[in-house]
Design a protein around this ligand. Structure first.
Ligand code: PLP
Length: 370
């Protein structure tokens, strides 16, 4: 059967966000890095009112996403204090989650034996997963075991050889990285600044609202850079799938060519606009989350079995000191049985900072198992 399917697809598994068996207890979902707080009720009611009275479900959504793009541009400029070379709607493309934008970038660059992507592991797995489904080769670099800085000598070797089909055309980095929670270093930023213009540099700022570090102010100097952002994390809209890319207008035009015409439902566009209109309120919980991160970090550091790294995001990366990955896999399942879901990845655990109550339970359950 399935003789019509591409041979290379047969080996892949469908992506599963929360792998593992059935759930029998109430779960603290701390493996996907969302904001632990839902939209406030009054904003949900406002959105429901918009849906009930204004949104025509028989009509296609605004395919150009005009209002949303201009609201995003305003937000980006304000949050970066950009007055000189401001971001305009022509610098923005919107996706059904930033996952869609990652796929569009891959289609626009490497598809059809036109090159490879470079990632330094451990990092966000979606770059590799999406590249593989498109038959695009992935060149993997590595990171320091001490602070997860990218091995730049190795990266440089990969990026400059070989030429032809296997040549690296796109470099993907996350700022700060997932799962390891470290921001780009000065050396890494310098390396990205000096990459040749025929290489696309994708800087994924999914956690910008937590880290408050962005390269957006430098974008105008680098027409080969794309910044990715999302409404799925700090902005509390993971259910509605909205991400955006910020780049030179010529790069944006290419993304606009590649995307599906009505990629973002009207309801999602309305929700993202509402979130931006109320950004101060929605992002108002970030100081609490960061303060919780510091308490969680201190408590994890006090556990002798764990090695814990600093975090610039809303999650913490930790490994067992005696380092057995197989034991981590077992413990992840045991924790899930107790009601705490965390992500086992890259030889460690990535633990989302939740509400104070969730974090207390995480600590208590970790203390029971490690
Ligand atoms: C969560 C996350 C995203 C967001 O993806 P969406 O498709 O917008 O939900 C993108 N990049 C990284 C690194 C992430 O961790």
């Amino acid at each position: 059967m399935l003789d019509f399917i591409r041979e290379d697809l047969k080996q892949f598994q469908a992506y599963s966000p929360h792998p593992g068996g059935a759930v029998t207890v109430p779960l603290d979902i701390l493996d996907t890095n969302e904001n632990p707080y839902d939209l406030p009720q009054d904003l949900k009611a406002e959105l429901a009112g918009h849906y009930e009275h204004e949104l025509a479900t028989n009509r296609y959504p605004d395919g150009a996403q005009t209002d949303l793009k201009s609201a995003i541009a305003t937000y980006v400029n304000r949050s970066a204090s950009l007055t000189a070379d401001p971001i305009t709607p022509d610098h923005i493309s919107v996706g059904n989650g930033s996952d869609e934008l990652i796929r569009s970038l891959l289609i626009a660059t490497c598809l059809g034996n036109n090159g490879a992507i470079f990632t330094a592991n451990p990092t966000f797995s979606m770059y590799r997963i999406l590249a593989e489904t498109l038959g695009i080769p992935v060149v993997q670099g590595s990171r320091s075991e001490t602070d997860f800085a990218i091995d730049l000598d190795l990266a440089q070797t990969h990026v400059h050889s070989p030429q032809g089909q296997g040549a690296v055309r796109v470099v993907f980095v996350v700022h700060p990285n997932s799962p390891t929670a470290n921001s780009l270093t000065a050396a890494e930023l310098d390396w990205l600044r000096n990459l040749p213009p025929q290489i696309l540099v994708v800087i994924d700022e999914a956690y910008f609202e937590f880290s408050q570090t962005s390269v957006v102010a430098e974008l105008s100097e680098h027409p080969n850079w794309v910044i990715l952002r999302t409404f799925s994390k700090a902005f509390r809209l993971a259910a509605l799938r909205v991400g955006y890319a910020i780049a030179h207008p010529e790069v944006i035009q290419v993304l606009e060519k590649v995307r599906l015409p009505y990629n973002l439902p009207a309801f999602s566009q309305a929700a993202a606009r509402l979130a931006l209109a109320h950004h101060a309120e929605l992002l108002g919980v970030i100081p609490e989350i960061l303060q919780q991160r510091e308490s969680l970090h201190a408590a994890l550091t006090a556990m002798p079995a764990l090695r814990v790294w600093p975090s610039q995001a809303n999650f913490i990366y930790t490994r067992l000191r005696n380092g057995e990955d197989a034991r981590l896999a077992t413990l992840t399942q045991i924790l899930k049985g107790k009601g705490t879901l965390i992500r086992h990845t890259g030889g460690g655990w990535r633990i989302t900072v939740g509400t104070p109550e969730e974090n207390q339970r995480t600590l208590a359950r970790l203390q029971e198992v490690v």
